[in-house]
Design a protein around this ligand. Structure first.
Ligand SMILES: C[S@@+](CC[C@H](N)C(=O)[O-])C[C@H]1O[C@@H](n2cnc3c(N)ncnc32)[C@H](O)[C@@H]1O
Length: 402
């Protein structure tokens, strides 16, 4: 089988704030996206062979029994040279991606800050609240190796972290992120349109919206709806709001608030979306947060969550170990516990009726014309998750109606 290749960085949409990405910088991003593909499709399968042929048999020989859980698998794999090679490189692609993006942004720090300031100036659609508290679980680590995580600011009106986040989405997704990095939001829109064609939400909240990458496709698909992007991090909203304005989305509101302190009346929203949000929170926040989401929905409203799928009874120890990897080596502390949960049970415990719950997979959707003929949509984590392979490729989602 030939290896799928990511499209060239050149095919991504120009940065909305006008950040210049030079030839050598694009080449660096292309190298990293391709290295990610190579790691996933060529090196990673070798780690499974090492597990089956070397590590698991050696464990059995020494202990007189099979490996019993994913933590034992991790401990046993740590000493294997093929695994060490893959794991070190995978961690490194993440670190290199961050540094590559930062150098692009820092080179034009003042220009980008000024551009965002001009786009944000006196706009009622951006509401920042300097009293917002960064939750402890978010402040504890630099999420997925992002220096300073989402919220750190190093200068007045700083947008450098989010600008880096935006410019490098291409690498993080190994080129499968579509021209504007919004393949998730596009997939959500397609799923909602196909699954619930009569759904006409008037008020939509995207909770943990970040820079609004995946909010804007929703706003575009439901132009009559009021769309509110909520996030705890001021820098993300500052950049996201400026980006939205530059792209012509001047009605989308960007509001700073922690989920824990959301100040909206019960029943305010017809749709509350979360995309890759819950895994960056904590167990108490997930439990109280789902209840809050239920409360904030109007009768007939929908909660839709794109998230990591949970382990099932048939998820092998190997799959559990590989899916857990980011918890240990990519600064995603809640990732491991999250996989063991049962979303329908949590939704039901939060107020949702069991017969109004749903889950499934939304196929990734990339902008037409983004990929040259020879490029393929590459799922960065595809080779690492045989559990969801084949028909289940795409974005896992769960939700419920009120
Ligand atoms: C992985 S990002 C996802 C961003 C966006 N949904 C997307 O699809 O691109 C998670 C976001 O959740 C935000 N966040 C984390 N905890 C939060 C909380 N308690 N309340 C509001 N936002 C939070 C972070 O600041 C970050 O921007």
């Amino acid at each position: 089988m030939s290896t799928p290749l990511p499209p060239p960085y050149d095919r991504t949409a120009p940065n909305a704030l006008g950040a210049e990405v030079r030839h050598d910088e694009k080449a660096r991003f292309d190298f990293l996206a391709n290295l990610n593909v190579h790691l996933g499709s060529k090196l990673f399968p070798g780690t499974k062979t090492a597990f089956e042929k070397r590590v698991a048999p050696a464990f059995k020989k020494t202990k007189g029994r099979d490996l019993a859980n994913r933590v034992e698998v991790r401990d046993a794999m740590k000493g294997d040279p093929v695994y060490q090679f893959w794991a070190a490189l995978r961690r490194n692609t993440m670190e290199m991606r961050q540094q590559a993006g930062r150098s692009v942004v820092y080179r034009q720090f003042d220009k980008l800050t000024e551009r965002a300031r001009a786009l944000n100036d006196a706009k009622p659609t951006l509401k920042l609240d300097p009293t917002t508290k960064i939750p402890r679980y978010l402040a504890a680590v630099d999420n997925h190796c992002m220096p300073g995580s989402y919220y750190t600011e190093i200068a007045p009106d700083d947008i450098s972290g989010p600008a880096n986040y935006d410019i490098g989405i291409f690498v993080t997704g190994a080129g499968a992120s579509s021209a504007r990095g919004d393949s998730g939001g596009r997939a959500i829109v397609k799923f909602v349109r196909e699954s619930f064609p009569d759904f006409k939400p008037k008020r939509i909240m995207d909770l943990g919206a970040g820079i609004g990458t995946n909010t804007l496709p929703i706003a575009e698909a439901f132009p009559d709806a009021e769309v509110v992007a909520v996030d705890v991090a001021a820098a993300m909203l500052r950049y996201g709001h400026a980006r939205a304005q530059a792209m012509g989305f001047n009605k989308v509101q960007f509001i700073q608030a922690a989920l824990e302190d959301l100040d909206f009346a019960p029943g305010s929203f017809d749709w509350i979306q979360t995309t890759m949000f819950w895994h960056e929170t904590s167990m108490p926040t997930l439990m109280s947060g789902l209840k809050r989401v239920y409360e904030l929905l109007a009768p007939g409203g929908m909660s839709l969550n794109v998230e990591q799928p949970n382990f099932t009874a048939t998820t092998t120890l190997w799959d559990q170990f590989t899916k857990d990897w980011d918890a240990w080596y990519n600064n995603e502390p809640f990732w491991s516990k999250l996989h063991t949960l049962d979303y329908p049970k949590l939704m039901a415990a939060s107020g949702f009726a069991k017969d109004k719950l749903f889950d499934g997979y939304a196929n990734s959707d990339v902008e037409p014309g983004f990929y040259p003929d020879w490029a393929k949509v590459y799922d960065r984590h595809g080779p690492e998750k045989s559990v969801e392979k084949a028909q289940k490729r795409g974005w896992y989602l769960f939700g419920g109606w009120k």
